[in-house]
Design a protein. Sequence first.
Length: 112
Amino acid sequence: MNDNAEREDSPAADDTAVTYGVAEKFTLRLYVTGTTPRSAKAIVNVRKLCEEYLDDYDLEVIDILADPDMAKDAQIIAAPTLIKKLPLPLRRFIGDMSQTENILRGLGIATR
């Protein structure tokens, strides 16, 4: 057997694990401002992304108008803002979350 050949039982032989790398649980917080169209779009986009690419995740949506202290504690300066708390490192994304490829890259998820 060639030393460089992949074994069938190696992690690299499993396309799902290599392609998406989503074995870990993701903890996400999405900060929005009320029911604005931009906030609604961000919520839809993040939920779709989570359902499609993450096997195990917790998503908390926080309305900074209803809970300004949470926004202050998280140092939110713009909304919508998505924060990936876990797995580390912490990452922040600002906008309507429509740039799926950029968000996946930032989450550490390789796309096909």
